[in-house]
Structures are given as C-alpha cells and as structure tokens.
Design a binder for this molecule. Structure first.
Ligand SMILES: [Zn+2]
Length: 199
C-alpha cells in the first residue's frame, strides 16, 4: 500500500491489516476499516427519433469527447432515479427508462473502481435535448454514425445495446410486405424539426 491514510473518526494513522484474505487499513484505536468499496455509476442509452442521444463533455475526464448521459449514484438514491436525474442535468429532458442493459465492473488503477449500471431509455416525441453545464453540446446520432466515445465502459454499453437491439428485432419480426403499420396518433406537443445536433 503506497499511500498512508488516517482514521476518519479519530485521526490515528491506519495500519495494514489482513481481513478475509484482503489487505486493508484499519484504525488500531477504534477498529475503523478503510474498505476499498467501488463507486456506483449509471449510463443511459437514450433513444430519440430513431437515434440515440450523446453529449460532448465540457469537463475532464474526456473533455471534448462524446459520452452517454449518466453519472454517480448518491447514497440516498435508487440507481434508476439517479440515472433519470443525471439525464435531466446533462441532456435537459425527462427520460423514461425502458430496460436494464447490464451491470458491469469498471476497474480503475488510480481511483476507486466502479460498478456501472446501464439502462435503455427514451424521451417523448417532440422533446429536444439540450446541453447541461457539463456538456459542450448534445446530439442525436443514428446507429450507423456513432462517434467514438470517451470511455471504454460506455463503448461496451453501446455494443451491448446494439446486440440487444438486434436480438429484439429478431424476436419481433417486421410486418410482412403489404401489411400497413398503424400510424401514431397526432402529437399534441409542438412538432420538433429534426436536427442532427443541438446546442
Ligand atoms: Zn480511529
């Protein structure tokens, strides 16, 4: 263990201790254990107008690169609630979660490792995403035009999304030729012009 830490209760220097086969630091004064717990983060593949919503980051890490909306879960939040909150902060629209894509371990060497929880979601027709303070811009990308993403974990989530989407399309075959698809009822919301990118 390279860094030296102190007890958050009493300030005593912690000492290396083996607990259940793992080396951790404990307080010799009151027994405090500095567990190396992972942080929990969410990421959401948000479907909109046949594409998905990505944001270009205005902060490090990954400044200037694209990412899925999402972020860290606070200790008083349900992960799904945290995902919806982060989407509201980052892309400025209410997102309805429609499924769980997966739960992943994201190892980090210089910070706490993470548990990533990835959801699929959508925004209502007519709502236009807008960039929150942590984004330079947001955009809706079609699946064949996706930019490289800032984080390998987000790239993995996107791959999982594309796999699950292909599977769903296999399970729900398109209507046979000649069959007419029922049109959507007219939307009451103001029709949004289709734009590739929104600031
Ligand atoms: Zn202590």
């Amino acid at each position: 263990m390279s860094e030296r830490h102190f007890c958050i209760n009493c300030g005593t220097p912690l000492v290396a201790t083996i607990i259940e086969g793992r080396e951790v630091e404990t307080c010799p004064n009151d027994g405090f254990v500095l567990w190396h717990d992972p942080k929990v983060a969410t990421a959401v593949v948000v479907e909109s107008n046949g594409g998905i919503v990505l944001g270009r980051r205005a902060i490090e890490p990954g400044y200037g690169l694209w990412c899925l909306p999402g972020g860290f879960v606070n200790d008083d939040e349900d992960p799904a609630g945290a995902a919806v909150r982060e989407c509201m902060e980052e892309i400025g629209v209410p997102v309805e979660l429609t499924g769980l894509l997966g739960v992943y371990h994201i190892p980090k060497s210089t910070a706490a490792s993470m548990i990533g929880i990835a959801y699929r979601g959508r925004i209502a027709d007519g709502l236009i995403p807008s960039a929150g303070s942590e984004m330079l811009e947001v955009g809706v990308f079609t699946l064949d035009m996706l930019p490289p993403l800032a984080f390998p974990s987000h790239q993995g989530v996107l791959s999982e999304y594309l796999r699950s989407r292909a599977l769903r399309e296999e399970l729900e075959p398109r209507p046979a030729s000649g069959e007419v698809r029922r049109a959507r009822p007219p939307s009451r919301s103001r029709a949004a012009p289709t734009r590739r990118r929104m600031r």
